[in-house]
Design a protein around this ligand. Structure first.
Ligand SMILES: [Zn+2]
Length: 242
């Protein structure tokens, strides 16, 4: 039986001889491993399908040891991402996050698929300043999963006039100085402002935004820590955190 899915290649491993194993993140089935046969051969017509970030229509069939890709049409290869080291590290971070999440429903998969595609598109074609898009990706991810981060009031006492704000990593909420819990960290003012601005700016408008120097990177580290606590996963983010 064959099935057709829309998917993004999020991992690509060598297999024996000329084969590759790819992990697809699909709109229809979430994450699914499949084998590309003979794809390392010179004239392999499905060559593009072994590349990370590649988005297309895949036809899968059951083989003796798992799914085999028997058809592929590229929709967007996003090959420009791999030609720019800054874009590459950020797009790899997006794939690492998708890899880390365990989805529990079809609607979660669909929403995350749309966000992933939008983020890769933005990194590929609308990249301007480092980490703005990646910050936006995390902010939207939290929103999708029911724990939006930006708020103008303390989540505990509700005050709107707080001088210093903290993120509580045990809940993923913003708190004031008086209410902050034990596992909280102060969000510096500039990063809090960056969080607010990025929350209220669409991906396609990010180019028109200018944040205070370094506020985006400090914010990114907070967003990553919040992700790790919400999803109980550790992220490496090679080229960004290490
Ligand atoms: Zn409070």
């Amino acid at each position: 039986m064959s099935e057709k899915i829309k998917a993004i290649v999020i991992r690509s491993n060598d297999r024996k001889e000329k084969d590759k194993n790819i992990l697809l993140f699909s709109l229809e089935k979430g994450k699914i491993w499949a084998t590309l046969k003979g794809v390392k051969g010179e004239k392999a017509k499905m060559k593009l399908a072994q590349n990370l970030f590649c988005f297309g229509d895949f036809v899968l069939e059951d083989g003796r040891s798992g799914k085999i890709v028997t058809g592929f049409d590229v929709i967007e290869s996003f090959h420009e991402i791999s030609e720019d080291i800054e874009k590459y590290f950020e797009a790899m971070a997006v794939l690492e996050v998708v890899n880390a999440i365990e989805f529990s429903s079809e609607s979660e998969v669909a929403k995350m698929f749309v966000l992933t595609l939008k983020t890769l598109k933005s990194i590929c074609f609308e990249y301007d300043r480092q980490y703005y898009i990646l910050d936006k990706f995390f902010i939207e991810l939290f929103k999708l999963n029911g724990f939006p981060l930006y708020t103008d009031k303390c989540s505990v006492c509700g005050t709107k006039s707080f001088e210093r704000m903290f993120i509580d990593y045990s809940t993923g909420e913003i708190e004031c100085m008086a209410c902050k819990g034990f596992v909280s960290e102060e969000i510096p003012k500039a990063s809090y402002l960056a969080l607010k601005i990025l929350t209220n700016t669409d991906f396609d408008k990010l180019k028109s935004v200018k944040l205070a120097d370094n506020s985006e990177y400090t914010l990114l580290k907070i967003l990553v820590k919040n992700f790790e606590n919400r999803f109980d996963k550790r992220l490496k983010l090679i080229g960004i955190l290490s």
